[in-house]
Design a protein around this ligand. Structure first.
Ligand code: AMP
Length: 178
């Protein structure tokens, strides 16, 4: 097995574009080939956590559902806890909720009220930044608990959708940009 470090270009080569999923006009970025390859998956976690010292964040917050995969692995690497932001109605205990706009209508994400402590240092992780509505809602929930977002990281950014504009002021990093 080669020991050459994985690059963002290696990850980009493995991302599969699926046209017209889940509806006509959407170019779905399928990250399952990255997950299925041991070197690419661990390389993706290395790159997502690059520059973040183990112990320098208290919690990695991951967004339902593909964000969980990357956030949980990042949390283990960073010796941090993992906190899920879930779609409404999935978390069992008391929650804070935040609505955000979709192309048609709204959606809601939720976090347990005791998931983070005031002053906790947080790395927020999702697989993909599109319009930014989901990540912005998750960031609002993190701030509501008084925690501090150190950085928001994505495997993929669809830059033409200007999602960064919704994440006002937070440092943002993405590995592969379209
Ligand atoms: P948004 O709130 O518009 O930034 O959408 C981000 C969420 O929707 C992420 O959690 C992604 O998993 C998912 N998503 C949006 N667009 C795509 C796409 N083209 N391919 C794969 N996932 C997407």
């Amino acid at each position: 097995m080669s020991s050459t470090p994985i690059s963002a270009a290696d990850i980009e080569s493995a991302i599969r574009n699926v046209p017209d999923f889940p509806k006509p006009g959407i170019q779905f970025k399928d990250i399952t080939p990255v997950l299925a390859d041991a070197r690419l998956f661990s390389g993706a976690i290395e790159l997502l956590t690059a520059g973040v010292e183990p112990g320098s964040v208290d919690s990695v917050v991951g967004i339902d559902a593909r964000g969980f995969i990357f956030a949980a692995a990042a949390a283990v690497r960073l010796k941090a806890g993992f906190v899920p932001v879930r779609k409404q109605g999935k978390l069992p205990y008391r929650t804070h909720e935040q609505d955000y706009a979709l192309e048609y209508g709204t959606a809601t994400v939720a976090m347990h009220v005791d998931a983070l402590h005031a002053g906790s240092r947080v790395l927020l992780v999702d697989d993909l930044l599109a319009t930014g509505g989901t990540a912005a809602a998750a960031a609002t929930l993190v701030r509501k608990l008084g925690a501090e977002i150190q950085e928001i990281v994505f495997l993929i950014e669809l830059s033409f959708l200007n999602g960064r504009e919704k994440l006002n002021g937070h440092p943002i990093r993405s590995l592969v940009t379209y």
